[in-house]
Design a protein around this ligand. Structure first.
Ligand code: MLT
Length: 385
């Protein structure tokens, strides 16, 4: 039985999706890995490993380039926890805006006090906080989460400004027409009471919100980070908070620098921690893994192109290779020299990598695997029956 290794606690829904596989945390020769936040940068991957599926959106815990070079496909589960994150963004903003934590703590101090009701009415004034309606929410990054946050902010009566120079057509369709499109980050920052960041962490977004951006913030602004902590320049944020140039920083990724700061609300990475999101992510990750292992289909890869087609014919050749000339022609020439007919094929590329799927009308055995593997630029070949 083929093995799937789990590196974090993953929702048991995966056992149903991966029926027929041995799913465990001590798999020795896994064909797939299911992971949440475990860091894989220092992990050596076994030869057996075909794919890693991240049950979540962020993939900064996975060495994407090394995986791509080693023929390991990495998936994530975009959108599967977007609703959970969106809900927590608003829960956190409302909690901060209405001083709820301080107010609830104060109430606890009245436990057992017979005059509690009177004291509440007298003391509640200290916790007055403004409404969201009529304020401006700036949403940076309009992917699955950002679009939901923007639309929800509008539904709550807020003015909404969105900024995303790379918005996909699909996300643009989902975005409320009421959202104002900022053509610069500076415009969004200068005009927002709440600035919420929803971009992935990568080399381009590390330190994305720094001194320059903080200088444009209203002193009353609240900065919200449910993406990843290094997207924000933390020392710069702390300085801005200390100097009264930024009112609050809400973050779902507490680091030593921010924990305990009077103007920081640090949440222990709970954005995606709902039973619904955990199940959605686990199901999607396991489904992606299974389809890749059995059919070579790639959906929601973060290091290879997406490449999928329905099965036809008697055998499928699934290949990962460099995105260079003559590989596909070499493969088809080799297959036709064996007298087999290609019933269907697809080829997709992304950057320096490409994926090719070919369905053949007969099963070819013998040296085909070795011959395909020895074509220059080919990284991985699988013959799937
Ligand atoms: C994500 O990137 O989607 C979340 O960090 C998922 C998680 O909490 O595991």
């Amino acid at each position: 039985m083929q093995e799937i290794k789990t590196l974090n606690k993953i929702d048991p829904v995966v056992n149903g999706v991966l029926k027929g596989y041995a799913v465990s945390d001590d798999a020795k020769e896994p064909v797939g890995i299911l992971v949440r936040s475990a860091k894989l940068h220092d992990m050596e991957f076994p030869e057996s490993l075909l794919a890693i599926a991240r049950a979540g959106a962020g993939v900064n815990n996975i060495p994407l380039d090394r995986c791509a070079a080693e023929g390991i496909c990495v998936f994530n589960t975009p959108g599967a926890n977007a609703n959970a994150v969106k809900e927590l963004v608003f829960a956190a903003i409302m909690m901060v805006n209405r001083n709820l934590v301080e107010a609830i703590d104060w109430c606890k101090g009245l436990a057992g006090d017979p005059d509690a009701a009177a004291k509440v009415e007298k003391g509640k004034n200290q916790f007055v906080g403004p409404e969201l309606a009529g304020k401006t929410m700036g949403v940076i990054g309009l992917g699955d989460i950002g679009v939901r946050v923007a639309n929800e902010a509008y539904a709550l009566g807020m003015n909404v400004i969105g900024f995303d120079p790379f918005i996909s057509v699909d996300h643009a369709w989902k975005l409320s027409r009421a959202v104002e499109h900022a053509d610069s980050l500076d415009y969004l920052i200068r005009n927002s009471d709440f600035i919420t960041i929803h971009v992935p962490l990568n080399d381009k977004t590390r330190g994305y919100f720094g001194e320059k951006e903080l200088a444009a913030c209203k002193p009353t602004a609240v900065l919200v980070n449910f993406s990843r902590d290094p997207i924000v320049d933390i020392p710069a944020v702390l300085k801005a908070l200390d100097e009264g140039r930024l009112a609050r920083y809400i973050v779902d990724f507490p680091t030593p620098g921010v924990i305990g700061h009077e103007h920081v609300v640090a949440i222990p990475h709970l954005g995606a921690s709902t039973p619904e999101a955990e199940e959605n992510c686990a199901r999607m990750a396991a489904t992606e893994l299974r389809d890749y292992i059995e059919n070579g289909n790639i959906t929601h890869s973060v290091n290879y192109p997406d490449c999928a087609m329905p099965r036809s014919g008697a055998m499928r050749v699934a290949m990962i290779h460099k995105n260079v000339p003559n590989i596909v022609s070499g493969v088809t020439t080799l297959i036709s020299s064996r007298g087999a007919n290609i019933t269907n094929m697809t080829n997709r590329s992304r950057g320096e990598y490409a994926c090719t799927l070919l369905d053949l009308d007969e099963v070819l055995n013998g040296t085909l695997y070795q011959e395909l593997s020895s074509i220059e630029g080919v990284i991985r070949v699988r013959l799937l029956k």
